[in-house]
Design a protein around this ligand. Sequence first.
Ligand SMILES: *Cc1c(COP(=O)(O)O)cnc(C)c1O
Length: 455
Amino acid sequence: MQTPSDLYRLLPSVDELLSRLRDDSTPHALVRDEARAALEEVRAAIRSGDAPADVAAAAVEKTRARLEAWRRPSLRPVLNASGVILHTNLGRAPLAASAVEAMARTAGRYSNLEYDLALGRRGRRDVHAGALLERILGKPAIVVNNNAAAIYLALQELGAGGETIVSRGELIEIGDGFRIPEILARSGTRLREVGSTNKTRLEDYREAIGPDTRLLLRVHPSNFRIEGFTGRPPLPALAALAAERGLPLVEDLGSGSLWDLSGQGVADEPPVTASLEAGVSLATFSGDKLLGGPQAGVIAGDPALVARIRRNPLFRALRADKLIYAALEATLREFLFDNYEAIPALRMARLSVEAIDARARALAERLGGCAEVIDGDSLLGGGSTPAQTLPTRLLAIRPAGLSTAAVERRLRTGEPPVLARVADDRLLLDLRTVFPDQDAALELALRAALAPARD
Ligand SMILES: *Cc1c(COP(=O)(O)O)cnc(C)c1O
């Protein structure tokens, strides 16, 4: 039996680790620091009576692993078998191939981002998506970092120093603690809540309008839904009231669909143009939700108001990057030419149950007895209403000899990582959000995760 001091003596020195692990592509100081940290890990294990069998080999291995970890990207692709199309934690919309190409083309070279090539002088970055947005929406639009920034900027310009009237039923929290009321407060406007949580009448807005009122705000009820005795005035009526009082009506649409999804069974997601046609002064929406593009926020509507917001100094602070313009422009072009199938999020939303069923059955057959195919629901996600589901077919797996939780963890921590759902002690995989060219990788990952316990 070796004592701790025997074990300490068996440890290699930092110099020995350096000479073993140093190579031309790894800086000396990095190897040295990781060797020190690895040695400290092994010493701690020895101290706690948990020493590895071969402490010298463990020190080498730990140093190697620490160096390897620095080479591995932290942000990496994930196979999304959750069936949530716009999964905020998984990067929302996967981009169209044309958008990826546009980003790659722009990323490593100079571009005419803010240079007017015809006139030979400074230009504006908004022109790159501006013309397409105006063509598609019928109104001018500007782009900022995300929809939260869009709302903030619109309210800062139009509402600061005065009151913003909003229905109590629309003061919502969107995922990870983003609360509309807090954005409102930071923009310098005072919130005037009207109506009750479940019902707001046109008269409630009318009575609240006073000398300090700067705008009316309408918020798309994104990730919650009040069932039953509910109501809010129709958009045209609210727009007419705003116009009568000479006040802007701003609508935060959240997802901001560019085409009518009701044919896909998606209710409550009116296209942006419907809001603008109903008389909304400004609509704001995300680039990476139902638009299927990069993270961005769009402010579209009344030309004079858009121009005012464009001149706000915060526009500069919230501006979008050139890669975003490249991807957004390419995505919008797919819309203009009706190439909905080119936009992955829309293609997934339009997949038929039969097509998903066929792929799920083929996979279940190859996996053998533990897998079956059952009915289920895919989710639109991205903060859309929880009720926005699409019928799907799920691959349901009841692992043999392993807990469902263990298999889920193996999938999640494997390469590539696979995200699945767990319900009723079964693993549920929805191929709607798996790209068909990933089916083979998914099968391999499942085989590995379902293999008998290794530890
Ligand atoms: C998602 C959402 C936002 C936030 O949009 P981001 O682009 O994520 O900043 C704001 N309002 C509503 C109603 C939303 O659904």
